[in-house]
Design a binder for this molecule. Structure first.
Ligand code: FAD
Length: 616
């Protein structure tokens, strides 16, 4: 086989590595940590000399935190995050010199830990979400990698230039950003974690499917709602309709009291189309504002823009200010042969909901164990086929959710009238109505547990599927289940131990009753598969886990479950390590692929919110 593509000229010396990772963003770093946990060596090249200076991601969700916990890095990452006693409130305001319209209150990490301990129904995460800026998370991940994983060769200031794959490996040319020097690396596998403009994706000739946000807004919200809103905005402030760009201003300020006039909030957002993110609840914030068509971003004075949006003037230093364009894109494929994509190279979403990095972290965790299994010889090629079959639908689902949340934000923007800024009864009535509307629409973007925890690998060829038993998928809620392909429920056992903390690095067989599993253990040993048997005698846990035996994969998804080890042990193990023909995959009718609580055309869940006119 010889697929791609754009190999360039290289120096004669060739370095050999099992896995070459292109890109040292959060996903590349997580993949490197995952490989290290499986005892693998790898090289990570990052074209920039240092980690990002752009404050992109600000929420690491509960699922990513569970995975970081399993990598043994969650506590260390929390040391750079917003302190645990701080909340996650989302506040809607007219402006900072105006009124608060609505507030969604959320517990602190500390309070959530208590809730998790008290809740035994399996609906909760093992680790609460973490507020942290990507500017801080990336150096923390890099530092852990460099200090704890000597087998990972981390090279910042080196970019992937080109690559060519054959049946046995990948020849990659890397280039020093400082000197232009090139070197050739021979890798068994190449992972493209190189972000939205991915050299790897382009080298493979993989296209992107884009959803145009403006068209989506027209289709789902309707011109009857949008046109009057555009006219009002134009007549009021000469504001032109949005053209898909967002202007970012990242700044520090000592004037916390002014900026937190309505109390501390993680996100303060306005129906005028801006969001102020508190990065540390102390002295650092980021403002994101929708830009109108024809606005020249280069001509914007960031400070004046900031003051005009927020309605107040204060002391501040601008760190970064620029325009950027959110996207809803999904790669047609996740890779082929020996070259695979993870993170933004495969999918890009609007930040509402926080599904960008978080989807990528789970990609990395999945790809990491599969590459390790294949390189170490206990996994087979079908695992990589499974990687695409598992992760592509998740990215599609998360893109749908991101689009849905964005439409809600736009719906609120189109519902607002300038009267919300007026004193007197007219303004009061307008604000009350809009506030009620915002509360009615809800804040699912920060509450969609079904999206974060309820994804399931229903199309995977390496899962022992049980058609007809799958619980329905909901966007808002996670239904605890050990349906094969699902993330199993997290709970604390009677002895106080968290069940997730018992899972091993390889496969884990949870045994809830005295059942002879020797045949399965022997079959795993024959194949060199790492398998840990964990005995649990806990009626409540057994009830939640639904079977006496549950086989958990290294990425914490259920591979198989049953009440006895049958003579099919070999078949089951060969299936889950990618060495057997696929288990019959349930038909579409068997699988709830739709998010059942979110109807809409083309499976884009139209919020169809009840939008009252805020002046009436
Ligand atoms: C404003 C904003 C807010 C966001 N908020 C959230 C949030 O709250 N939660 C969330 O989950 N996501 C959020 N995201 C999305 C998140 O930032 C991205 O999904 C995340 O950065 C993707 O990580 P990545 O490692 O895949 O890609 P990137 O972060 O883009 O990293 C790719 C890396 O590859 C490097 N690279 C590129 N080409 C090469 C090459 N040829 N060779 C070597 N290196 C290369 C780049 O320099 C870069 O460092 C947000 C994004 C934005 C813009």
């Amino acid at each position: 086989m010889s697929t791609a593509t754009n190999a360039g000229r290289a120096e004669p010396s060739v370095e050999q590595v099992p896995v070459l990772i292109a890109g040292g963003g959060p996903v590349g770093l997580t993949l490197a940590l995952t490989l290290a946990q499986h005892g693998m060596a790898a090289m990570l090249v990052e074209r920039n000399p240092s980690t990002t200076t752009h404050p992109k991601m600000d929420i690491t969700n509960g699922r990513s935190m569970e995975l970081f916990r399993h990598l043994g890095v969650a506590d260390e990452l929390r040391t750079v995050a917003v302190p645990e006693e701080h909340g996650f409130d989302v506040s809607w305001v007219t402006k900072l010199n105006g009124w608060e319209l609505a507030r969604f209150r959320y517990p602190t990490v500390e309070q959530r830990r208590g809730l998790i301990r008290d809740c035994g129904d399996g609906t909760m995460t093992r680790e609460p979400a973490m507020r942290v800026s990507q500017v801080l998370l990336e150096p923390a991940l890099k530092n852990i990698l460099e200090t704890r994983a000597p087998q990972i060769d981390v090279r910042y200031g080196w970019g992937l230039d080109s690559f060519r794959q054959d049946d046995n490996g990948v020849d990659a040319v890397i280039r020093s950003s400082a000197t232009g020097e090139t070197r050739t690396v021979r890798a068994q596998y190449l992972a493209g974690c190189d972000g939205a403009g991915s050299v790897v994706r382009k080298g493979l000739g993989i296209g992107l499917d884009d959803i145009d946000l403006r068209r989506l807004a027209v289709r789902e919200l309707g011109l009857r709602r949008l046109v009057p809103a555009f006219i009002r905005a134009y007549l009021g402030d000469r504001e032109t309709p949005m053209d898909g760009r967002v202007y970012l201003i990242h700044f520090t300020s000592p004037d916390r009291e002014l900026l937190e006039r309505f109390g501390t909030a993680w996100h303060t957002q306005s129906p005028e189309g801006w969001t102020l993110i508190s990065q540390n609840d102390r002295d650092c914030w980021t403002l994101h504002t929708l830009l109108g068509a024809g606005v020249d971003a280069d001509a914007i004075d960031p400070k004046q823009f900031l003051f005009a949006r927020l309605g107040i003037e204060f002391d501040c230093d601008i760190i970064v200010a620029n325009a950027w364009r959110p996207r809803l894109s999904l790669a047609d494929s996740y890779g082929r042969g020996r070259v695979w994509l993870a993170g933004d190279s495969a999918h890009q979403v609007v930040p509402t909901g926080g599904y960008g990095m978080n989807t990528g972290v789970a990609d990395a965790f999945g790809l990491g164990w599969m590459l390790a299994a294949i390189v170490q010889g206990w996994g087979d090629h079908r695992l990589l086929e499974a990687y695409e079959a598992e992760r592509h639908p998740v990215a599609e689902r998360n893109r749908t959710a991101s689009a849905r949340h964005t439409l809600v934000r736009l719906a609120i923007k189109t519902a607002h009238h300038k009267t919300i800024h007026s004193e007197g009864w007219h303004g009061e009535r307008s604000r009350r109505r809009l506030g009620r509307e915002i509360l009615d629409l809800g804040n699912l973007e920060n509450e969609a547990d079904g999206i974060e925890f309820g994804y399931r690998y229903d199309s995977s060829p390496v899962i022992c599927h049980e058609p007809h038993t799958a619980p329905a998928a909901h966007m808002h809620a996670y239904t605890p289940s050990t349906q094969p392909g699902a993330r199993p429920p997290s709970l604390f056992l009677e002895d106080g131990q968290a069940i997730f903390d018992l899972f091993g690095t390889g496969f884990t067989l949870l045994r809830f009753d005295d059942i002879d599993v020797d045949a399965l253990v022997a079959a795993a040993a024959e194949r060199g598969m790492p398998l840990k048997v964990v005995d649990i005698r806990d009626d409540h846990a057994r009830a939640l886990y639904q079977r006496d035996l549950v086989l958990i994969r290294p990425d914490h998804h259920v591979a198989w479950r049953g009440n006895a080890v049958t003579d099919r042990s070999d078949t089951v193990l060969d299936r889950v390590r990618g060495a057997a023909p696929a288990w019959p995959i349930p038909t579409t009718q068997d699988r709830p692929t739709r998010l059942v609580d979110q109807p809409g055309r083309r499976n884009i869940p139209a919020p169809r919110p009840r939008l009252v006119d805020s002046t009436n």
